[in-house]
Design a protein around this ligand. Structure first.
Ligand code: HEC
Ligand code: HEC
Length: 372
């Protein structure tokens, strides 16, 4: 008798706890968003703090989700939950005035092929600023045309991600920038000292480094190259019409795009693609529901954790309409195909209709930067 009582008590507490979760889910998410909004300075600081609120969206999608995270725009269209999942881009994540010299230097380094061993390859070769930060190649030709096994992600908005690279092996854009210069299939420089010597011998850099690192006795060091390039990359934000929508302009999206947004939330894409970058804030296995063929072990190579096999950083979907081909190996040519594969492998939806794909694609198109 006592045992049954205890069990009932336990079960009901659990049920209560669950209800409680549901009931306050909305406001919790909002808080976590606002929290992040306050410290965009370090994209990597977001680590681990993200949500798993997709299920909520699923339920709320149709009926407007009243009672969840009230007080936002776009009400009355079944869109009340939009702000639980997404956050508009901040105006800026680096003080561009105060860091003007540093950013100027960073941009010059980013564009400069002299950072490569044969003076041919710059960051911009694979992450073209006039092409949404990508080269539209499945994998990128680097030093002597050699290619790595992964697709070049865009540098646009990348500073907002929890970590850098598909497997997150660099903490932030400053650390990341130091990798490709020495990578034999990218810019192919032999070692740090050689890079510093080469840059130091270029006249323009003498003034630029001195200005950018005016407090330092020896501004020329390898690390500072990363600091400067990273500062420049922090300026690469691409506000889109979707940001206007999140900021209260209901007409910023057309009917198809709004329908696509609802479907994107209702289907559960927001389980993984959420937050300020609509992705970029967590690691998830490719083939979560239906196994996906790939040799690349992704995050596992960084952590050695069994659960990280085939896990990749969830890509940001900002500018996604412009950054084909898709996936970590660039094996998926079209956005239609990427959406279909996602529905199947990540959500177990084998047969998504043409209309579903068309609408979601329309929504994704609204994530393209306006001033590009
Ligand atoms: C030869 C082509 C190539 C060059 C040159 C190159 N990159 Fe990359 N970049 C890549 C590839 C490929 C990846 C993904 C590699 C991975 O995840 O393992 C990448 C990843 C990145 C990322 C991570 C983005 C994200 O979403 O995780 C950033 C940022 C970046 N590169 C910036 C730079 C900078 C800065 C330079 C110049 C110092 C540079 N790249 C030079 C090809 C290139
Ligand atoms: C369980 C997490 C999860 C869910 C749910 C999910 N995705 Fe993804 N998405 C990922 C991961 C991880 C990748 C990277 C896969 C890879 O490269 O191997 C990705 C990649 C993508 C890409 C390609 C991005 C690029 O830059 O190459 C698109 C487009 C995309 N997802 C859209 C969607 C859409 C639309 C939905 C809903 C139908 C969805 N995703 C649902 C985790 C998820």
């Amino acid at each position: 008798m006592k045992l049954i009582l205890l069990l009932t008590l336990l079960l009901s507490t659990q049920a209560y706890a669950q209800n409680d979760d549901e009931g306050h889910g909305g406001s919790k998410h909002q808080e976590s968003h606002e929290h992040e909004g306050g410290k965009h300075g370090g994209g990597h600081e977001h680590k681990g703090g993200m949500m798993h609120g997709g299920e909520h969206g699923h339920e709320d999608g149709e009926n407007g989700g009243h009672g969840h995270g009230g007080g936002m725009h776009g009400g009355g269209h079944g869109m009340n939950n939009v702000k639980q999942f997404f956050e508009p881009l901040p105006a800026s994540i680096i003080d561009e005035e105060k860091n003007a010299a540093l950013i100027k230097l960073g941009k010059m380094l980013y564009m400069d092929p002299r950072l490569s061993v044969n003076d041919k390859i710059s960051c911009n070769s694979c992450h073209a600023l006039n092409n949404y930060g990508v080269d539209n190649e499945p994998t990128s030709p680097g030093h002597e045309g050699k290619r790595g096994g992964r697709n070049s992600p865009t540098t646009m908005n990348a500073a907002l991600h929890i970590d850098q690279f598909w497997d997150g092996r660099a903490n932030d854009v400053e650390e990341q920038a130091l990798g490709p210069i020495l990578n034999p299939v990218e810019m192919g420089m032999p070692n740090k000292g050689a890079v510093v010597q080469k840059i130091k011998a270029i006249d323009e850099y003498k003034t630029l480094f001195a200005e950018a690192f005016s407090q330092e006795a020896y501004p020329f060091n390898y690390n500072n190259i990363g600091v400067a390039i990273g500062a420049f990359e922090r300026t690469l934000l691409t506000p889109s019409r979707f940001d206007d929508f999140l900021n209260g302009d209901e007409d910023a999206l057309n009917k198809n795009e709004k329908r696509g947004l609802k479907k994107f939330m209702r289907m559960g894409c927001t389980n993984c693609h959420n937050g300020v970058a609509i992705g970029g804030n967590s690691y998830k296995k490719i083939g979560l529901v239906e196994p996906y063929e790939t040799e690349d072990m992704g995050r596992y190579e960084v952590t050695g954790l069994e659960s990280d096999k085939k896990a990749f950083k969830v890509p940001s979907l900002r500018n996604i309409a412009k950054t084909a081909p898709y996936f970590h190996d660039g094996s998926v040519e079209t956005l239609d195909e990427a959406i279909k594969l996602m529905a199947k492998h990540q959500l177990g939806r084998d047969h998504v209709g043409h209309g579903m794909i068309r609408d979601i694609k329309a929504f994704l198109g609204s994530l393209t930067g306006k001033d590009q």
